[in-house]
Design a protein around this ligand. Structure first.
Ligand code: DX5
Ligand code: ZN
Length: 226
């Protein structure tokens, strides 16, 4: 299933409530929330309180939390308590990845594992049984508005082929960073089926039309078999 997730990082912070409701009205599949600790990545963003705000402004919008933290294991509980419904952690984080994914699952949430552009897709293989999705960063994590890195495309293809040969063709592969119509279609052709987009979607005057068009474009580019 093709899914589109606007990233709140690109929203106008002076009108946060309106921006969250705009994502809900656009019929996006989830709201992507980028959490940065100024250690794992060279930037700081927001914490559990903003997740709480999104739960209040748009209770029906799935809260998809991407933890760019050196110690995500210490923050599973605060984000789960704030209303996160999916929690993603980086495979490069300084914690026991298996235990941390387990901790997220034990809370009844969806789990995701994230790979930096330089990390080989094989790094995710040992954890697939505990993951609901794998996210390939298609920019260096830390900032919105960067250019898509095409060198990640073969990584997506390797994981999709592996999943198909394991009899799991439905497994979700997500991309994040520099996504627009053109790069979304390239990622879909390589095997991605979920698309995070920040600056591209938030700058659209009609976000609903852009979400629908991106879903359509990526769906057309997603091959039947790998
Ligand atoms: C970057 C974040 C992304 C970011 C994407 O570290 O993980 O989610 O918001 O922004 P765009 O779509 O502007 O590249
Ligand atoms: Zn993200």
């Amino acid at each position: 299933m093709i899914q589109i997730l606007p990233s709140l990082l690109a929203a106008d912070g002076a009108r946060l409530g309106d921006e969250i409701r705009r994502v809900e009205a656009a019929e996006a599949d989830a709201l992507h929330l980028d959490i940065m600790d100024a250690h794992f990545v060279p930037n700081l963003s927001f914490g559990p309180d903003v997740v709480r705000v999104t739960a209040r402004c748009a209770p029906g919008l799935h809260r998809h939390v991407h933890l760019m933290l050196s110690r995500p294991d210490l923050y599973v509980a605060p984000f789960a308590d704030a209303g996160a419904q999916t929690i993603q952690i980086h495979v490069e984080a300084d914690c026991d990845i298996w235990q941390t994914l387990r901790m997220i699952r034990d809370r009844g949430l969806r789990t995701g594992l994230v790979l930096r552009p330089q990390t080989s897709p094989e790094a995710a293989f040992p954890y697939l049984a505990l993951c609901d999705e794998v996210l390939f960063m298609t920019v260096n994590p830390g900032y919105g508005g960067q250019s898509f890195m095409p060198e990640v495309l073969p990584h997506i293809e390797r994981l999709r082929k592996r999943l198909c040969s394991d009899g799991k063709p439905e497994f979700d592969i997500m991309v994040d960073g520099g996504i627009n119509f053109e790069t979304g279609a390239k990622a879909a052709a390589a095997g991605a089926n979920q698309f995070v987009a920040g600056s591209f979607l938030f700058r659209q005057p009609d976000m609903g039309a852009a979400v629908a068009a991106l879903r359509e474009t990526c769906g057309q580019a997603f091959p039947g078999t790998f």
